[in-house]
Design a protein. Structure first.
Length: 234
């Protein structure tokens, strides 16, 4: 596949990086963080391919892309921080089958395990962008968040850019591999969501049944207590 044959997102991304150099890669990856429909599995290997035929070295391309990852993560962290815990709880609590207690437990879990979640999340499709929002909501220390984002993004970017650099015109093979990985992650997420919805619906039904039963028992008790005792015959 020759460079001039690239079309669509691939052709556009290469044009941006060839025109703006490393700053173009920075912008593309920053946008990819803010708008997940822009696929990193295409942009990052293409960054490596561009480095193999352009003026930037592969190391420079990795550094520019990692800087873009951190900048995009900062923006989404800011969104989460602006929302805050209380507003997030109100928004999430308004959704069907979402219990505020579940949100609080999730926040507590993130407070405890957030460091590893942010680090590993930077190397998982879909989570790469979204993980920055709960970090902002829980006000994770910005220095720690930045360091973990930098480390995770550096690993992910190095692998994909390096593969694109080595494969050259066959960079699209990386897209295929990462696309398969993304599909597996998406299936696991959908399976978890399906389980969670069913679990929540069953629990809600049980709670409703218990409440109805309790209300019925209370009503019977009140009615019996309210009925005056008939006078006994002498």
């Amino acid at each position: 596949m020759m460079q001039e044959d690239l079309t669509g997102i691939a052709g556009w991304a290469v044009d941006v990086m060839e025109t703006l150099g490393g700053f173009g890669a920075f912008l593309l990856i920053g946008l990819e963080n803010l708008f997940p429909p822009l696929p990193s599995e295409i942009i990052l290997p293409l960054a490596g391919f561009t480095a193999s035929v352009g003026t930037l070295s592969v190391v420079e391309m990795i550094l520019w892309c990692t800087a873009g990852s951190v900048a995009g993560a900062w923006a989404l962290y800011g969104v989460g921080a602006a929302l805050g815990r209380e507003r997030t709880r109100r928004l999430m609590g308004a959704l069907p089958l979402v219990n505020v207690d579940d949100i609080v437990r999730t926040e507590n879990w993130f407070d405890k395990h957030g460091k590893w979640t942010v680090f590993l999340g930077r190397m998982l499709p879909i989570f790469r962008s979204l993980i920055s929002i709960p970090a902002g909501v829980t006000r994770m220390k910005l220095a720690g968040f930045t360091l973990l984002t930098l480390a995770g993004s550096l690993i992910w970017n190095s692998i994909l850019i390096g593969a694109g650099y080595v494969l050259g015109e066959n960079w699209h093979l990386v897209e295929d591999w990462v696309g398969t990985f993304s599909t597996v992650v998406l299936i696991l997420i959908l399976a978890f969501l399906a389980w969670w919805i069913i679990h929540r619906a069953v629990n809600s039904k049980k709670n409703t049944s218990n409440d109805d039963a309790g209300t019925g028992s209370s009503s019977t008790h009140v009615s019996s207590a309210a009925t005056p005792e008939e006078p006994r015959e002498r």
